[in-house]
Design a protein around this ligand. Sequence first.
Ligand SMILES: *Cc1c(COP(=O)(O)O)cnc(C)c1O
Length: 391
Amino acid sequence: MTTPSAPVSAVPPEGASAWVTIDLDAISDNVRELGRRAPGAEVMAVVKADAYGHGLAHSARAAVAGGATWLAAAQLTEALQLRAAGVTTPALTWLYPPGADFGAAIDADLDLSVAAPWAVEAIAAAARERGRTARIHLKVDTGLARNGALGQGWTDLIAAVGPLQAEGAVEVIGVWSHFALADAPQHPTVLAQRERFVEAAAELERAGIHPQIRHLANSAATLTNPDAHFDVVRPGLAVYGLSPVPDLGAPEDFGLREAMRVTARLALVKAAPAGQGVSYGHTYTTTQDTIVGLVPLGYADGIPRHAGSLGPVQVGGQRLTVAGRVCMDQFVLDLGPTYAGGAGDEVVILGRGADGEPTAQDWASAIDTINYEIVTRISGRLPRVLVGGGD
Ligand SMILES: *Cc1c(COP(=O)(O)O)cnc(C)c1O
């Protein structure tokens, strides 16, 4: 999990072992492209988890520059950070426990999602105290069985909200839900969830509650399921130029480009004999007299330990695989017997597939996970270098 604490600069810090470059223009262009693919809908850019590891405030601003009229962050605390950074775009947040600081959220003009009567009652109480109206989005569970009001719970939630809206303590701005299998657009649950969503929104209308917006589509549904676009689409991953449906297409197939590049500098390059076991456990052994290079990144930086002898990197245009175990702060590459470079050479860990670089998706495929997990784990201890965003 990244933290927003990493230093941010326009060029790699001098002497840095490794850094994360964030292309702000890519984020803006991706949002613009998502807007084109959802004509008639606004874009709510999801910036949770420190903008999927890309950095909260600058990513949010880049998304807004690309036309996002809404932002979204899962944790209430993340949404408050957005406001503390001076970002004033309408923003939705949906994850909080009882006792969360709803007053601070109202003071910060955040929209709060509601999935249970206790939540709307606590939010209304905080609004009353301030003589304000809290902006809320009612979340219906249409079949994910995660957040949202399910079944009779939806009817009960509407009953709880009605009097609070009549009183002026809350105003229902939106009704929303989330898919379980958005990456399989033909799956029967996708159709069923959409139907349930329409029905739930109609039940709300019948109760005299008329939200301004309905929103259902994450990245996968934004790209593959126009029937799910409604008034606002709510993509996260695609904003950062990654494909939510790698089996259906790479980023460039959807007009997107990766915004994150992770680069390291070799900290040591040296000769190693044939038959040399490499790194903890000697799970890799050199097959010839060779040259090995030390990459100063490890699992503490978000390089998955499972990527030992699997993770792809690029050195001077050459594609290589991690040699042996990934350690806490470092891993090793077998650069081959003819390697002509030396310490300080750049290693691309992940970047843009269309440019021939290894990608977050390549890492995900190598260790049987998803690209989301690769980028969100890139550690806050790596400095962020911002390029583009020249507005
Ligand atoms: C994370 C999240 C999104 C964005 O999902 P992507 O697959 O990254 O586009 C949208 N809505 C909710 C409720 C989420 O949790």
